[in-house]
Write a new protein. Structure first.
Length: 261
């Protein structure tokens, strides 16, 4: 029986790019996202191009009942997951109290609770089986607060700190944990969050394909934190030199200017 990589948010953006990069290296896949038609098409294409086994599961991870159903199915079907990639996530922009609460709750359910639930369920199975790897997707925004994107920055800070803690807890049980902190990337994230991407990095944004290539390459070293690209590493390092009040103000100014209005 093949050993699979399970990738959430696999129908587009970083999740799709990571799925392709892993399939190119002969990795069998389980793709998870909300869009059944897109998933089915992607699964067929990757299987044909790279000759790997590609399964897919339709699931809205922000819905607790659907998430529980996915976890139950994974427990029952006996698939051996050797790599979990938590890529699914959304953002929101604007003053927190002016946002629709349904959207903010969906963000927390998806970015935080679904990720933690899958790490708990699949991480346990990995430890029982003697090994595996978890890759969680945070963001460089996890490294500092972000007014006018407060929920998003906070959710990614959770992912970063949770992943680092989990790494220490599981390394003695054969499970490797890394967290990816990408900078601005050429995906639909900005449009869906109501942001102007040019306010972040303009033409210097990394493509999801380049990001995926660098990430998969970095995983061979088993780093705790992956920040692909020297610009992103520089931007991640600079806030450490400034007082926190200044970092808050600068991040808030950038985010506020980027909100589409």
């Amino acid at each position: 029986m093949p050993r699979y990589a399970l990738i959430t948010g696999a129908s587009s953006g970083i999740g799709l790019a990571l799925a392709e990069a892993l399939a190119r290296r002969g990795q069998a896949l389980v793709l998870v996202a909300r869009q059944r038609d897109a998933l089915e098409s992607i699964a067929c294409e990757l299987a044909q191009r790279f000759g790997v086994d590609v399964l897919f599961r339709t699931c809205d991870l922000s819905e607790p009942l659907q998430l529980s159903g996915l976890v139950h199915e994974l427990d029952q079907n006996g698939l051996q997951i050797e790599l979990l990639v938590n890529s699914a996530g959304i953002g929101s922009a604007g003053a927190f109290i002016d946002q629709d609460w349904t959207r903010e709750r969906e963000l927390i359910e998806l970015n935080v609770l679904a990720l933690a639930r899958l790490c708990h369920a699949i991480g346990y199975r990995m430890a029982q089986n003697g090994g595996g790897r978890i890759l969680n997707i945070a963001a460089t925004g996890a490294l500092h607060p972000g007014p006018w994107m407060s929920s998003y920055h906070a959710s990614k800070a959770y992912v970063l700190h949770f992943s680092e803690g989990l790494r220490e807890e599981l390394k003695g049980r054969g499970v490797k944990v890394s967290v990816l902190c990408p900078g601005p990337t050429q995906t639909a994230f900005f449009r869906e969050a109501g942001l102007k991407p040019e306010r972040f990095a303009g033409k210097r944004m990394m493509s999801p394909e380049e990001l995926a290539f660098l990430t998969v390459k970095a995983l061979k070293r088993n780093p705790a934190i992956i920040i692909p690209g020297w610009r992103n590493r520089l931007l991640a390092w600079l806030p450490r030199l400034a007082p926190r009040w200044l970092v808050r103000k600068l991040a808030g100014r950038r985010n506020r200017l980027a909100v589409q209005g």
